[in-house]
Each structure stands twice: as structure tokens, then as C-alpha cells.
Design a protein around this ligand. Sequence first.
Ligand code: APR
Ligand code: PHB
Length: 413
Amino acid sequence: MQLAEAQSNKPQIIKTHVAIIGGGPSGLLLGQLLSKKGIDNIIVERVSGEYVLGRIRAGILEQGLVSLLEEAGVSERMKCEGQVHNGFDIGYYGKKFHIDIKALTGGSTVMCYGQTEVTRDLMEARAASGLTTYYESSDVALHEVTTDTPYVTFTNNGQQMRIECDYIAGCDGFHGVSRQTIPEDKRTEHERVYPFGWLGLLSDTPPVADELIYCKTERGFALASMRSPTRSRYYIQVPLSDKVEDWSDEAFWEELKRRLPEDYAKRLVTGPSIEKSIAPLRSFVCEPMQWGNLFLVGDAAHIVPPTGAKGLNLAASDVATLYRLLTKAYQEGDKRAPERYSEIALRRVWHGERYSWWLSNMLHDFDEGQVGGMEKATFDSFMRSELDFYLNHYEGQQVIARQYVGMPYEDIA
Ligand code: APR
Ligand code: PHB
């Protein structure tokens, strides 16, 4: 008995090149790309695969992410089922402005394809490649990350495990353990919490329009988005004190109609919700994004408010950067290449952060007494004037469109 207990407490040791903490889109995409280059990796995920797929997130993919999915060999279903969007609308106190992103950027578009579907495709590809993922793992801890022999410990199915590796990719989201592994005095965290949330509703109803519409109104922000020709996703800005139970489907639809431009409100098709939730809005960046041989990727390092759909896209550019630097280390023997990760990744992260913050400021109604160190009325006037200028000038629309389609990924020389 004693011997059996002693044996089961002995950690099972596994070796790999890169240990990936978190099996969300960041971890899965990184794993897939690395394995294509012959770089072995293991994913450790806290919850089950079904749980990961149950999360409803945004669905606008920049060209950079689309190309990365092609490179990872997981773009087939997206190409069939995803919809290419050439533009979107901004409703400005009832008036519609069309942002023709394709014309304004000289040909760039975005792909409308849900994050859940991206995740599903990546999970299936990982399973098909026979790559290891430890789902439902607990007590995940990172060790010796500033040495050449880092390792990860966790418990899976009652068995203690230990992964010995060269590098650790912290892809475990905002609440994960990876960022906390960096000593507090070695990281700086920047944060802006917004005084409202987004109430989102998913329904099997045809979208109100072929493309997205972001609305600024006296009653607050609204967004009409979609997942497919038969599935819609809508959002309305709500006070942080609101609970999802406070909002019946009927109340949601009524409020959405009040915020959509009139012609859209008239033709909106409503139906029962299949998901309804409230998400807070936050801008967050952790600097640096690496500590020794630990690299933070995606939500583990930064959060954006959803205005502009940059969350998944920033995660993807982190993945692209890390994957290219690790490939240089393994295939070209350039062991110092990964040291450049944080510096390169952060440049693009700050672009996305600033854009999401700017759009959020312009499109929402800030109902707190003081906003950004000024009275609400003053802030409102500044933001009205800002939006007025950008919407009514071609160059202004270009600035909105250029950033919506995403900044190009930096070349890794
Ligand atoms: N150990 C292992 N896994 C963990 C741990 C932990 N201690 N803590 C969290 N995780 C897992 C979560 O269960 C989740 O599946 O890490 C995963 C992180 O996934 P996401 O939160 O989706 O983050 P990421 O993969 O970076 O995805 C990019 O950007 O803005 C968003 O919507 C966008 O979710 C998307 C994200
Ligand atoms: C979504 O479809 O969920 C979505 C789209 C665009 C955004 C945010 C969310 O800016």
C-alpha cells in the first residue's frame, strides 16, 4: 500500500521543446505552427476541450491571422464558411457612415468567422497530428524559467506530471499563472477599466445587414455583428451594475432597436437568445512580455476592449512573432533570437491597444461624473468632434480603416 502510494506520487516526467500553458486560440495556434516546423510541444489546459469551445468571443479576423491559419494548415473550413467583409457601418446618432475598408486601404478586407470555429479547427488539427494536450489539469506551476532548464508541474487525472522543456509559452489568458510567475518588481502593468460593460446576445436569426454596424447613440453604444447568414451576434452597452438576469430577450431587442439606425431597426429579425452574457471592458498591457525563457502570449499579456475586434488578432500577432523567433532558434541555431520577442510583440500590441481605446472612447457614452480628468459634458463634446472629423473626411475614414484591417506583422530578420 505504502509502496503504491509512493509510486503514484512520483511525478511522471516528459520532455519537449516548448511547454504551452493554456489551450485557447493562442496556445493551439502556436502549437500547430511549431509542430509544422518540427518543434515538439505539449499543451497543458486547466479545463476541458468542451469548456474551451463553450466560450463565445468575437469573430473578425485580420488578414495576418487568416494567413497564419493558412500557414498552420487549418484554413479549409474558414475559406468555405467564413465571409469576407469589405467594410462596415458606423451609426452616428442615427446617421449611417459606410467605412469601405477595401477601397480605403487599397484592397484589404477582414474575414468574419467566429473565434469558437477557429478554436474548433485548431483542436481538430491538433488531434489529427497526434500532438499531446493535457486537459483538466490542476495545480499548474512554472519553475526555473530564467534558467536553460525550465519545467512545468501539474496534476492530471490524479497523476503528478512534470514537463521538462527549453521554453515555456504562457498562453493561459488574463487569469492564468504565467504572468504571475514574473516577479512583481520585474513587470509593469498598465490598466484602464471602463465604467460600463457589453451585454451580448447570440440568436439563430438572420443578421440585420451583410456587414457589421457600430452605433453611437444618446442611449449608449450598440453593435450588430454575426456568425453566419443565419446566426446573429448583437451587443448593447450597459451599466456595470446590470445583471444578465435583468435583461429579458424582449428588453434586449427593444433597446437594440432604439440604438440601431431606423432602417435597420425596422427590418431587425428577433428571436430567442441562445447565449446572453455581460462582459466588462478593459485595456491592459503587461511589460515586458517575457521573463527568461517564459513568453507571455495573447490575453496572458494584454486585454483590449472588444470595440474593433482586436483581442484575437493581437494574440495572433504574438503567436506569429514567437513562432518565427523560436523557429530561428531551432532551425538556424540563433539561440538569442527569442530574446527579441517582447520588444517586437509590444510594438504591435500598443497599436491595437490605442486603437481599441480610441474607438471605445468615441463610440460609448461615459456616464460617470468625470471622464479622463474632465467633466462628462466636456469629454462628450471632444469625442463628438473627434468622430465628426474622422467620419466626414476621407483621410479620417482611412485612419479608421487602416487600423481596422490591422497593422502588418513586423518582418523577423
Ligand atoms: N493552467 C492551464 N491553463 C490555464 C490556466 C492555468 N493555470 N489558466 C487559464 N488557462 C487556460 C484557460 O482555461 C483558457 O482555455 O488558458 C486558456 C486561455 O485562453 P483565452 O483566455 O481564450 O486566451 P488566448 O488563447 O490568449 O486567446 C486570445 O484574445 O481577446 C481575446 O477573445 C480573444 O479569447 C481570445 C484571446
Ligand atoms: C463579434 O462578432 O462578437 C464582434 C465583432 C466585432 C467587434 C466585437 C465583437 O468589434
